[in-house]
Ligand binder design. Structure first.
Ligand code: BGC
Length: 480
């Protein structure tokens, strides 16, 4: 594949030593593209995804503390002072929500097991919580829907947070034990696992921007880019790199612990990585290229390079964190990509190209980026290691439901094109089944195929969701 050289001499110098297979920003002419007849092979896994904290809430975790947390100016951490509560009250709507999966005819359902529910006190597993997850897996088995389980989706128990969570290398063992215990507990019902959901995002939000727990981003306003409140303190960046390194190390150790279990090899274990390309608005602009280079490097290339070479290099001019683990290149049975969009950076901060249709989140519709992310991961990791890619999340926040149909058609076109072009992508999970708790945005963002009225818990299929149902139907056909 083409190597991305970031289009400038300065970029060339900066990029020395860092392998990147990103194709660079490009745009298709959508007026010439047919997005109406997309379908996939019947073995392609079309599904939908949730995380348990986002649909069911929870009492005792790093995230539950956000309900009352305030920032330095006394502003609530969650938009408009909202609280998580029971979210979609998922556990009391199991029948209904599983029926929705059946009605949609999806083949797989991605959800997280919440460590905080399972082990609310250190070393004490909650029997009722385990029973709830067994019930969910049994019900999915009854209707022939494959469960895909994430073991850490931003949330962990308060006791683990109090110990310093992934800030301390010695805490990795707690995660590895929990991961192994979950595979032992649910191993006859679940065979596809993700250790972490988006470690890069967890670190960026919690340790760089400091808008998610543990809210660590106190620093000198050295470089402001992309979002006005963003501040950088180089020592802090180093700390963020160390947390990320510990999470990746935890992945490798959990992978090995699972594989050592009896039947460990029958489990498919991967990691879920979020890709947001940071693209310079003006190619060749030294400042823009530099900001994008370092941001892409820290939150994308550092992670993919770790899995492709075993070397972790969290590259800032100062505060570099490096770590070697030759086992990393043998620690994935699949690679999960969460893809939403790219971000275009100018010297004025984040900007949008004229043609870009915005979503309710601070990014636009950019299906070409999904293709780019697949090509990049494939060239660097999936193809050389002979492992498949799954799109573990992709969706749109669209409260008016006036862009969802377009979003689905364009991104599914990009996905299908990637499959046609020979990239080994084996599944896709639409984010999300239901409107749910969108972290610091509270309930302001509506990602659901089903709209949820949080007062009555009534669920209603969105009109825009039909585009996805049509693709499922074209792919799998009508039921016999
Ligand atoms: C996360 C989800 C989140 C979604 C939409 C992903 O980064 O994994 O938890 O709801 O993006 O913002």
């Amino acid at each position: 594949m083409l190597k991305n050289i970031k289009h400038s001499f300065f970029g060339l110098i900066l990029l020395a030593g860092v392998a990147s297979a990103d194709l660079g920003e490009f745009h298709w002419d959508w007026s010439k593209i047919d997005t109406e007849s997309i379908s996939f092979h019947k073995d392609f896994l079309l599904g939908t995804a949730v995380s348990m904290y986002q649909v069911a809430g929870g009492e005792s975790s790093n995230w539950a503390t956000c309900n009352t947390a305030k920032d330095q100016k006394g502003k609530p951490r969650i938009s408009h002072g909202q609280v998580t509560g029971k979210a979609c009250d998922f556990w009391n709507h199991l029948d209904e929500d599983i029926q929705k999966l059946v009605d949609m005819k999806v083949k797989a359902f991605r959800f997280s097991i919440e460590w905080a529910d399972i082990e609310p006190q250190e070393g004490q597993y909650d029997v009722a919580a385990l029973a709830r997850y067994h019930d969910l897996c049994d019900r999915l088995a009854n209707v022939g829907i494959k469960p895909v389980v994430t073991l850490h989706h931003f949330v962990h128990p308060t006791w683990f947070e109090d110990k310093g969570a992934f800030e301390k290398e010695e805490n990795i063992t707690y995660f590895v034990t929990y991961a192994r215990e979950m595979v032992k507990e649910f191993g006859d019902k679940v065979s596809m696992w993700a250790t972490f959901n988006e470690p890069g995002v967890y670190v960026f939000q919690g340790y760089v921007r400091g808008v998610w727990p543990p809210f660590k981003s106190i620093g000198l306003p050295v470089i402001k880019y992309y979002m006005p409140e963003l501040t950088f303190n180089f020592m802090y960046i180093k700390h963020a790199g160390y947390v990320l390194k510990n999470m990746l190390q935890a992945h490798v150790q959990a992978y090995q612990a699972i594989k050592k279990l009896p039947n460990g090899n029958k489990h498919t274990v991967g990691i879920v990585h979020s890709i947001t390309q940071f693209d310079p608005f003006n190619r060749g602009d030294m400042v823009e290229e530099t900001v994008c280079y370092y941001t892409n490097n820290m939150f994308h290339d550092a992670i993919t390079q770790f899995f492709s070479t075993g070397s972790f290099r969290f590259g800032m001019p100062v505060g570099l964190v490096s770590y070697e683990n030759s086992q990393a290149t043998n620690s994935l049975d699949y690679f999960g990509i969460n893809y939403y969009s790219h971000v275009t950076i100018s010297t004025k901060g984040q900007v949008y190209r004229d043609h870009e249709i915005r979503t309710d989140m601070p990014y636009g519709i950019h299906a070409e980026g999904l293709y780019r992310s697949i090509a990049d991961v494939s060239d660097r990791i999936a193809a050389p290691q002979g492992i498949p890619i799954y799109i573990t999340e992709n969706g749109i926040a669209d409260g008016k439901d006036d862009r969802r149909e377009l979003f689905i058609k364009r991104y599914m076109y990009a996905l299908k094109k990637a499959v046609n072009d020979g990239y080994d992508v084996r599944g896709y999970f639409y984010w999300s089944l239901l409107d749910n708790f969108e972290w610091s945005e509270g309930y302001d963002m509506q990602f659901g195929l089903y709209e949820v009225d949080f007062k009555t818990q009534e669920r209603k299929l969105r009109k825009g969701a039909q585009a996805y149902l049509d693709i499922i139907e074209r792919s799998y056909g009508l039921p016999a």
